[in-house]
Design a binder for this molecule. Structure first.
Ligand SMILES: [Zn+2]
Length: 429
């Protein structure tokens, strides 16, 4: 009997010892926004080992001193964010800045929608174990209708994309349906997915819905095919549902371009402090020139029509969301007055204007993105990657709390508020 008893003690001690060594970080006493449902788990300890969440439990005092403790008292922990439509800049220096602008905004995933063969090098650099910058999902140089590729050329292109391990192929437009079908069949045989613009253009090249929706497209951009073609709306929605396609509306790009904002507002948005004065000046000059050239009356007509078209976009976004279609999110910060990293929050505001709940908005930047790439993040659950941000308030009630990221845990790095501020202060104009 005595022997059994001491065996039990040894066993218990070894479990305790094992537990103390099996945790790298604990976020103490934090409110968890798990994003697998619309609720908050109050006062939790979140334990992390090897970059994975291994325990989430009611917070209690622990004597454990060997682990790194992140004090989460009064804070909210939610999955970190993604931007699903990014145009990478040309130079490495500018790219570094894009990465910094994103990480300080809690964005740890970027999907590139204007590819280049060079991006493979950047992915290698930034997706390394030693990098706390956002993870890149890259696309090969985009296909467009300018290219009249032979079958051989297309085969070579897709094969190269596959060899370089690009995450997908982006299409802007394509010369014909025949060419599209050929490309799609190569992509299917090489098992590489497609993404990009909706291809049928009522005023241009016709690509049948049947060909498009039965292709390797997993997601498409800008609400193409869903705006201004009411007679096709329902059947396209049905296709999207059946094929479980994902939609990336990029509302901000249209909103900024709609002409309804004065230049003072535009150049004073949050994030503009990271843009060179001369660049801002150039933007304003261009806008003023266009507005003068158009003339007051014509401009008003244009703005009214743009506003109307925005209303249509808002109502489509709401409809898609109500129907349970997965939205991903991006401002498409590729033109003037839009700053990578900062513009994502503006896009969220437009989702809100469309009538989405904070939960659905946040889902588009977390879980839905993870689902698209079949990744092990996007929710806060045991077994998921420790990939989260810390916030001062509950984002399910107050989205604005995303404007002040208190901490980022990603790729086994923890950046606290002062480290994030240091990055922010070092960003070049
Ligand atoms: Zn774009």
């Amino acid at each position: 009997m005595k022997k059994i008893f001491s065996f039990a003690i040894v066993l218990i001690t070894s479990i305790v010892v094992a537990q103390t060594n099996e945790v790298d970080y604990v976020v103490k006493n934090v409110n968890v926004v798990p994003m697998n449902s619309n609720l908050v788990l109050k006062n939790q300890d979140v334990k992390i080992k090897d970059g994975k969440i291994i325990e989430i439990s009611k917070s209690k005092k622990s004597k454990n001193k060997t682990v790194k403790i992140i004090d989460g008292k009064g804070m909210y922990l939610m999955p970190s964010l993604s931007d699903a439509h990014v145009h990478f800049p040309e130079t490495e220096k500018e790219m570094e800045k894009v990465m910094q602008l994103n990480i300080i905004n809690g964005i740890t995933k970027l999907r590139s929608m204007r590819g280049d063969w060079n991006h493979v090098k950047w992915r290698e650099k930034y997706n390394a174990e030693t990098s706390y910058y956002p993870k890149l999902y890259i696309s090969a140089p985009p296909i467009s209708r300018q290219y009249d590729l032979t079958i051989e050329q297309m085969n070579d292109f897709v094969k190269s994309a596959k060899d370089y391990n690009f995450d997908f192929i982006k299409i802007l437009s394509i010369k014909s349906e025949t060419l599209f079908k050929q490309l799609d069949s190569v992509c299917k045989s090489q098992n590489i997915s497609l993404a990009g613009h909706f291809l049928d253009n009522p005023k241009g090249i016709h690509i049948s819905d049947e060909a498009f929706f039965n292709s390797n497209y997993k997601s498409f951009e800008h609400l193409g095919g869903l705006i201004g073609e009411p007679e096709k709306f329902d059947s396209r929605i049905k296709y999207i549902q059946d094929k479980k396609m994902v939609v990336c509306p990029t509302l901000l790009w249209y909103d900024i371009g709609s002409g309804q904002y004065d230049t003072d507002y535009l150049i004073n948005q949050d994030g503009m402090q990271f843009v060179k004065e001369e660049t801002k000046k150039e933007w304003v000059e261009k806008t003023n020139l266009y507005r003068e050239k158009t003339g007051k009356a014509a401009l008003e007509v244009e703005i009214e029509s743009e506003k109307k078209s925005m209303e249509e976009r808002f109502s489509v976004v709401k409809k898609l969301n109500d129907l349970g279609i997965d939205l991903i999110i991006s401002p498409d910060a590729s033109s003037k007055y839009m700053i990578s990293g900062f513009a994502l929050f503006e896009e969220m505001k437009l989702y809100k204007k469309s009538g989405l709940s904070n939960y659905d908005i946040l889902k588009s930047s977390t879980l839905n993105f993870a689902k698209l790439f079949n990744e092990n993040y996007g929710t806060i659950e045991i077994g998921k990657n420790a990939d989260f941000i810390l916030l001062g308030e509950n984002p399910l009630e107050k989205l604005e709390t995303l404007k002040e990221i208190k901490g980022v845990f990603y790729n086994n790095f923890y950046l606290n508020e002062s480290q994030l501020n240091e990055i922010r202060n070092n960003i070049e104009k």
